[in-house]
Design a protein. Structure first.
Length: 231
């Protein structure tokens, strides 16, 4: 996934979930935050951030905040993509390489089954599978976790995947870790114990859990390699 017209700035503050103030070449710029999660450990005053210029000239904000350099004592900053919309695009690129399914698999996005809408439906020969994607930005000492805020929507998705598996379909949950070189993924019990418990139930019910880290640059993100999952 490649962005166009990316520039760097310095994060100042976040007045609300959707807006951030960024120092851009000495001027304060009001930008759109493409992630409604808390991101408290990432959107810290003074951190370097990356902005993608919007294509619509009539927008109220000229830029989207898409990435941040997280400071780490004694280490180089960790570049983390914050765009909550990009994991699905990166996942599609990865799926179409034929790594998880065959190269002949038919991959469809935003498909409704019953009362559920799934990120992907994959038809591989006679087998039909549904796959949901979750972007992961929360990191501490190389361990990444999801979610960073309670998510009833995420719990609903897990229950829907369990129902699909019981109906005989393939069911997958892919955690796209929006950074590289992490050592482990864990559910964030402290933030959302219901999601964590339902995730364990999903795994026990036959839903396949995957986590992949990413090569992240200031203007791109590509799925890279598997991350061990600890439940």
């Amino acid at each position: 996934m490649q962005y166009q017209s990316v520039t760097a700035g310095t994060f100042l503050e976040r007045p609300n979930r959707f807006i951030a103030m960024v120092d851009l070449d000495g001027q304060t710029e009001r930008v759109h935050v493409k992630n409604t999660g808390r991101c408290r450990e990432l959107l810290v005053p003074g951190y370097k951030v990356y902005l993608a210029r919007g294509a619509n000239p009539n927008r109220k904000t000229r830029y989207d905040l898409i990435a941040v350099e997280k400071e780490r004592p004694g280490k180089t900053p960790l570049l983390i993509n914050l765009d909550s919309q990009i994991p699905n695009d990166a996942a599609e690129e990865w799926l179409r390489k034929g790594t998880l399914f065959s190269e002949n698999a038919i991959i469809e996005r935003e498909v409704t089954y019953g009362n559920s809408r799934f990120d992907f439906r994959i038809t591989d020969g006679e087998m039909q599978s549904f796959l949901e994607v979750k972007g992961v930005t929360l990191e501490q000492d190389g361990v990444v976790s999801f979610p960073d805020a309670p998510t009833q929507r995420g719990v609903k998705h897990l229950r829907e995947l369990i129902a699909c598996r019981k109906a005989g379909f393939g069911a997958y949950l892919l955690f796209v870790v929006q950074m590289r070189d992490v050592v482990q993924f864990r559910p964030h019990d402290a933030t959302d114990p219901e999601f964590a418990q339902t995730l364990r139930l999903a795994a026990a019910s036959g839903v396949k859990l995957l986590a992949m880290d990413c090569d992240v640059t200031s203007d791109s993100m590509t799925l890279r390699k598997p991350v061990p999952i600890s439940l």
